[in-house]
Ligand binder design. Sequence first.
Ligand code: PLP
Length: 443
Amino acid sequence: MAGHVFGRSAAQMPTAVAGAGCYIIDADGKRYLDGSGGAAVSCLGHDHPAVRAALHAQIDKIAFAHTGFFTSEPAEVLCDALIAAAPKGIEKVYLLSGGSESVEAALKLARQFFLETGEPRRHRVIARRQSYHGNTLGALAAGGNAWRREKYAPLLVETYHIDPCYAYRHQAVGESDAAYGRRAADALRTEIERLGPETVMAFIAEPVVGATAGAVPPAPGYFERIREICDEYGVLLILDEVMCGMGRTGTLFACEQDGISPDIVTIAKGLGAGYAPIGAMLASGRIYDAIAQGSGSFQHGHTYHGHPLAAAAAGAVVETLRAPGTMAQVRAKGATLQSRLEAALGQHSHVGDIRGRGLFRGIELVEDRDTKRPLDPARKVSARIKAAAMARGLICYPGSGTIDGKHGDHILLAPPFIIEDKQIDALVHMLAEAIDDAMAATQ
Ligand code: PLP
């Protein structure tokens, strides 16, 4: 191939030509076990019959009708299904084409809410270091990785960052999980007070942190306290479930396990499961009503939002995820994956932590288990593990800069929910070998 794709191309990577269950097959016929669903996208594998049938049926009816003129049956069905399963108080869905778009829409909706309710000074966003919210300018500003923001700093909206909830590194010796959860959440109160509550619009966080941290779950009680603090100061709580949502952690919405409802929640990745580019922003009735009874409309829009084909694919995905037993299976398979990882890697001299929820698991790599000293970034260990795993026929998602944007390596696992027991074994086996290959190559 000529290699005109912007970025990496056929010269550097294999060409994907087919998908079969949990496998991607390249042009040479090599099979790759998709241990991370790409980047936690392919939750139903690569040839799911219900999603394929929904796409075929929809393309035979109509592919596109602009939402400025029409609604469509698949968009209506999808939004009804999402609301039927959404956290309490969430009543409306705004369809988009991906995760970053959903975060942008969430930030703009929060701003418009405060304009409509007579608090125009509220425009500041608080987010957490060590989080990823997307690559468009608003979402990038909210993201925690300083190195991603650096080049574009003059273009970004005003955002402030607090420490994440990251027990492996921040919980004090002897501190209970609950006490740590409260302490971590109180960083939000301190920051709101510092900025002036009347200027703060929203706090945005991933319930289980994905790409930048490797499936870090919150401490018990953390999000309950965050919810209380947001309510106390009138700050909107935006949960970014683009990666951890849609059943990835074993409940359709990850925040169900933390017992709270956000004001706005964003989803993408698993919503389309890789069959269509789609995302969504879901908002509370309170926000919707304020705008409906105020100016009358949310000042936003994209040509492809509510695209019928994408909505048809996502409708079939959501129906599959909501079918009885699917979430229980994710939880059970997640527990199996965790225990197999612990058995294979729990004593490994460079594995510091194995964590996560459901089929969303992270392995943090360290130089020294006792001191938790991170690996030297120059060794590029997580990138080497990705390459070694690909060579063995395994896809896993590497991450670096886990701790402070510079130090810290982890591997993220997010296999399709259809993964079988023997495939979990194969995944863990190939990953353990890839870790050893990468460490040996940089000793
Ligand atoms: N939010 C989170 C939590 C993500 O993990 C991502 C992507 O990795 C995004 C937002 C951005 O999504 P997209 O790449 O679809 O724009």
